[in-house]
Design a protein around this ligand. Sequence first.
Ligand SMILES: Cc1cc2nc3c(=O)[nH]c(=O)nc-3n(C[C@H](O)[C@H](O)[C@H](O)COP(=O)(O)OP(=O)(O)OC[C@H]3O[C@@H](n4cnc5c(N)ncnc54)[C@H](O)[C@@H]3O)c2cc1C
Length: 396
Amino acid sequence: MKQIDVAIIGAGAAGMMCAMEARKRGRSVILLDHAAKIGEKIRISGGGRCNFTNIDAGAQRYLSTNPHFCKSALKRYTQHDFIHMVERHKIDWFEKADEHASGALFCEKSATQIIDMLLSELFDLDVHPQLESTVSDIRQADGGFVFKVGSDHIQCASLVIATGGKSIPKIGATGFGFKIAEQFGLNIIEPRPALVPLTFDETFRAELKLLSGTSLDVIVSCNGQSFKDAMLFTHRGLSGPAILQISSFWREGDVLAINMLPDTDLFEALRSARQNSPKAAIHNVLSGHLQKKIAAHFCAKAGLEGNMADLSDKRLRALTDLITNWQIKPTGSEGYRTAEVTLGGVDTNALSSKTMQANKVKGLYFIGEVVDVTGWLGGYNFQWAWSSGWCAGQFV
Ligand SMILES: Cc1cc2nc3c(=O)[nH]c(=O)nc-3n(C[C@H](O)[C@H](O)[C@H](O)COP(=O)(O)OP(=O)(O)OC[C@H]3O[C@@H](n4cnc5c(N)ncnc54)[C@H](O)[C@@H]3O)c2cc1C
């Protein structure tokens, strides 16, 4: 039987960070992953450029049953610490800033630079991730844990579960971490896909078919949360950053309120068009504010046609309401197949916010996305993986 101080299952963002930190403390470390390639989520992240952190990373950007849990880790290993490592490896980065959001940091060239950076740190510390490793039969023994990798038995003092959430099973995501948590009696906050496109019934899809592929800036609101960003009509429903953000707050049965002209007083604009261009057709006037296809669709939906002069205040108000407070009820989401993250996970009440160790199972740690801490879109999820991985690395 192979003896090791620290076994880490899952060589993603959190697992690699934890391995580095544990090794720096002189611990012997084995880093295992069942995938054939390392860091696949990092590679596909941020459109291939990895949005590796956010300048504004702080507890206010995370969802969790216990919103305070992430504070300590985010303070002890900050976005600036990670930026420092990126700069030490001479990786050029840029901040994506537009009128909606700022602070999201991306690689100038490619997300693979982040994977190469982490691997180079690991290799310098003589940690060599073992891929295509299937772990089974985990049990407590002799003050630590014993488990199987293929036909080999490994004994470790500290066992770190860094297997992420269920999002994108195609590249290796599993519910493994949740199963291990359950095996050791830890509570799970029901996992659900988040940062995910929302889907609609057939009637809605048929109605909006012609708009598929168009996007516009909106404010979308649900359950007391609003996001101002781009929204994309797709053949399945709605996507784009505004929809991904609100999907984390939406629950089955909830209605979304969408303002498709957040920066315009549409009612006043329509009234003044009626005054100044009475012979103009309503859909042409609306096309001055929205893309032609979208304008035509919503005029038809409001039952409005003809010249401005023929439209009463009441009818202009109804059109304004439809466009600035469009109420729609998604039927679901695209699910784990396309979700960027998994909401929920290992209940933070079962873990120490200082060490990430299970309160009732000495030596068992959970880090990264498997824990019930989920960031908004914008680099926050990686920062949680780095911070929680780093913290556990100080104690395993
Ligand atoms: C398309 C996409 C784009 C994203 N873009 C961004 C972004 O730009 N910025 C951002 O902050 N976040 C982004 N995210 C989210 C981010 O990738 C995750 O939050 C982050 O990777 C979580 O890190 P982790 O180490 O906890 O888990 P992961 O990175 O998912 O790593 C878990 C590892 O565990 C392995 N594993 C799973 N089950 C087992 C098992 N049974 N045995 C052994 N190994 C196992 C997996 O193969 C994987 O390598 C994106 C996600 C997706 C899907």
